[in-house]
Design a protein around this ligand. Structure first.
Ligand code: FAD
Length: 649
């Protein structure tokens, strides 16, 4: 019997049958250049189709020239789009998955360039944009409606299986639907009926263009989580009104103008699994067409339950598939423990996208490099490889080297693998980060890697073994700044605090060195212990480098617990029992009495073994360095470099 009978039951979306209930929803990848897909994008989709995904929705495609967008957005403004749409569809169809596209117009979310003025339903400011949009004229609205219909015909001519109208993520359709962004006084605004007009016209035009047989879906938020925005009751009504022309619904949440809603849309690890399933569930109860639910649906057990319980007909597992494209096949075959679970760190996927970089996954270096790295060729001559350091970098390097058929030994001086990850996972709301180690451990199972714990490798050990290659992944130790009085006993590190190695005073001054997860999570740890916490950063606000999904919820939690934050402030001096901070703009000093200074500044490379080895005469091993011992950064860098080093031997 099938392990997940509901998840793997085929489903009809209009006239199209999808092989199972697993969806990779549309998401920006930045594998698009000059508004055209790259081979990288095609191979990315091909890998997800090969891994068994049911429905793959190609990333948002712009439908109209007035959608002022960057070169990273696909454009289907004329029929030159048909061949590349077909090539993407072919890559997806090759492995039996269903291929659709998401038709989009960003409206006020467009890019404000020197040449272009962005149009929206109304001239209302939104968080995502610096300037005020201008109100679209009726003739422009009608032209955009025709753009949606035209792009849908391109999809059909390209042999795709359907289209989804993008009425979520604060885009133009949502801007018209929402009383928050639509303040028009003509037939497109005012009453709920009038606000529905734009999407109704789009739907009618698309239906007329593609016919009855071609599936059309609509993505809308179940709730905008925004004062003055759409509520669940509103979206239930919208869904009921539109269902006759639609084949299915895809329910997400939020709006770029609602920080919390935006967070929940791509929920970080501090949010429980499936936080918005209830929205899809409520809407499904009021319509007769299939409903897709999305948002932190991480594993097949959870996905199966959602469908079995009737909350939704399909599940968007987008980030889970970014992390492990083979998740569906592994689940279907009952190989659940082999699934590399997403930890919702939001760093490699949406985090990189926020920085305008190509998408990846902190745990899966192959994501975005499918063409080069899906198949690793065995080495002609197996070599002996010594990997020193069992943190994420060393664990990944050992696995990757074993894929090449090398004889690999992984040494770790502690009595467990994981390096700094288990320390990071001790903070509140960060425990899921520990799954990175579980996934890496699982990956090592079934390989020939010999793991030796409790061995502090010296240069003499390396010389004695004289392997053909040595990969150093010895990590880092907390960085201690050269400040007067830093040697005082009231100075401790984030490691000391999180591992409860030291007792801190009632007042703790945390130095926010990376303005990111590391410093914020140690502050949260101390607040949860009832300490009074001052978080001081050189940046213009604490946590400034947190990704946009983590930031609102993290700041909310810290402020709720009474965090005192100091911006553009840094350490001046430490005295016995006292911490002196200095405002970096004004030079004004603040003295905290009976205080502990907690250093959460980042790492100092633990590279002494490397220095000894390169100076060692008689050692002919190839020496490679990865992760923090090369330069202290993140687990993402360590895993990526570990993989590259492993396959390079
Ligand atoms: C509090 C905290 C929060 C963090 N939060 C995040 C986060 O949210 N996201 C993120 O991506 N990163 C985060 N990091 C950083 C991340 O954990 C590190 O960048 C990552 O672990 C580096 O991996 P690595 O394999 O290079 O080194 P490490 O994880 O430091 O592992 C090195 C290993 O080598 C072993 N070793 C050292 N010398 C020897 C030797 N001679 N012989 C044998 N073994 C040896 C050590 O015992 C250790 O286990 C955080 C770190 C901390 C401390």
């Amino acid at each position: 019997m099938e392990t997940f009978p509901h998840l793997f039951e085929p489903i009809r979306l209009g006239e199209v049958t999808v092989r199972n209930r697993i969806v990779s929803t549309a998401h920006m990848t930045f594998f698009v250049s000059n508004n055209l897909p790259t081979d990288r994008l095609r191979e990315y989709y091909r890998a997800r189709a090969r891994g068994g995904t049911g429905l793959i929705v190609i990333e948002p495609v712009s439908v109209h020239p007035s959608n002022v967008a960057s070169g990273h957005l696909l454009k289907a403004h004329d029929d030159s789009a048909i061949p590349w749409l077909k090539s993407l569809g072919d890559a997806i169809h090759e492995f039996g998955a269903t291929a659709m596209i998401e038709l989009t117009h960003g409206g006020a979310n467009g890019m404000y360039t020197i040449e272009a003025v962005v149009g929206a339903p109304s001239a209302v400011p939104i968080e995502n944009a610096r300037y005020m949009p201008r109100e679209l004229e009726t003739s422009e609205i009608q032209s955009i409606v025709r753009g949606f219909a035209q792009a849908a015909t391109f999809a059909k001519k390209a042999s795709l299986d359907g289209v989804i109208l993008h009425g979520g993520n604060g885009n133009l359709i949502q801007q018209f639907l929402s009383p928050f962004s639509n303040r028009r006084e003509d037939i497109y605004g005012g009453s709920a009926e009038n606000r529905l007009r734009f999407v109704s016209e789009v739907l009618c035009a698309v239906r007329e263009a593609v016919g009855e047989e071609f599936p059309i879906g609509l993505r809308i938020p179940g709730d905008e989580f925004l004062s003055g925005g759409l509520t669940l009751d509103d979206t239930k009504w919208i869904a009921q009104r539109l269902q006759t022309g639609l084949d299915f619904l895809d329910i997400n949440c939020g709006n770029y103008s609602s920080y919390v809603g935006w967070s929940l849309g791509v929920a970080p690890m501090s949010v429980p699994l499936g936080p918005t399933v209830y929205l899809a569930s409520a809407i499904r109860e009021s319509v007769r067409i299939p409903v897709i639910t999305v948002g932190r649906i991480n594993d097949p057990v959870q996905a199966e339950q959602i469908i079995a319980d009737g909350h939704a007909d399909m599940v968007g597992m987008t980030r889970a598939l970014v992390c492990d494209p083979d998740l569906p096949e592994k689940a279907r075959q009952g190989r659940i423990e082999e699934i590399r679970t997403c930890v919702a760190c939001c760093a490699g996927c949406v985090g990189r996208e926020e920085r305008g970089q190509a998408m990846g996954c902190i745990q899966n270096p192959i994501t975005g490099h499918e063409a080069e790295w899906t198949t690793i060729q065995p080495a002609q001559q197996p070599a002996s490889v010594m990997v020193v350091g069992g943190g994420p970098g060393g664990m990944e390097a050992a696995w990757a080297a074993s894929l090449r058929g090398h004889k690999v030994t992984l040494y770790e001086k502690a009595d467990a693998l994981g390096g700094q990850i288990p320390i990071a996972a001790l903070a509140p709301n960060r425990d899921e980060f520990g799954d990175v180690v579980r996934n890496l451990t699982q990956q090592l199972k079934g390989t020939n890697v010999c793991v030796r714990l409790g061995v502090d490798v010296s240069s003499r050990d390396v010389l004695a073994e004289s392997p053909e290659a040595v990969i150093l992944a010895t990590g880092s130790v907390p960085y201690v700044p050269a400040v007067p009085g830093i040697e005082n006993p009231n100075v401790v590190t984030d490691w000391d605090i999180l591992t409860s190695k030291v007792a801190a005073s009632e007042l703790c001054v945390v130095l926010d060195g990376d303005a990111s997860e590391r410093s914020c999570s140690v502050a949260e740890f101390l607040l949860a212990k009832g300490k009074q916490v001052v978080l001081a950063t050189r940046a213009y606000h604490v946590g400034i480098n947190l990704n946009k999904r983590d930031k609102p919820l993290t700041l909310l939690r810290l402020l709720d617990r009474g965090l005192i934050s100091y911006a553009h402030t840094w350490i001046k001096e430490v005295r016995p029992g006292e911490v002196v901070l200095e405002d970096t703009l004004s030079g004004i000093e603040t003295v905290f009495k009976d205080a502990t200074l907690v250093l959460a500044i980042g790492g100092k490379a633990n590279d002494h073994l490397y220095r000894e080895l390169v100076a060692l005469e008689g050692l002919h091993s190839r020496i490679l360095r990865v992760g923090d011992c090369l330069a202290p950064r993140t687990a993402e860098h360590a895993i990526y470099e570990g993989f590259k080093a492993g396959i390079s031997i």
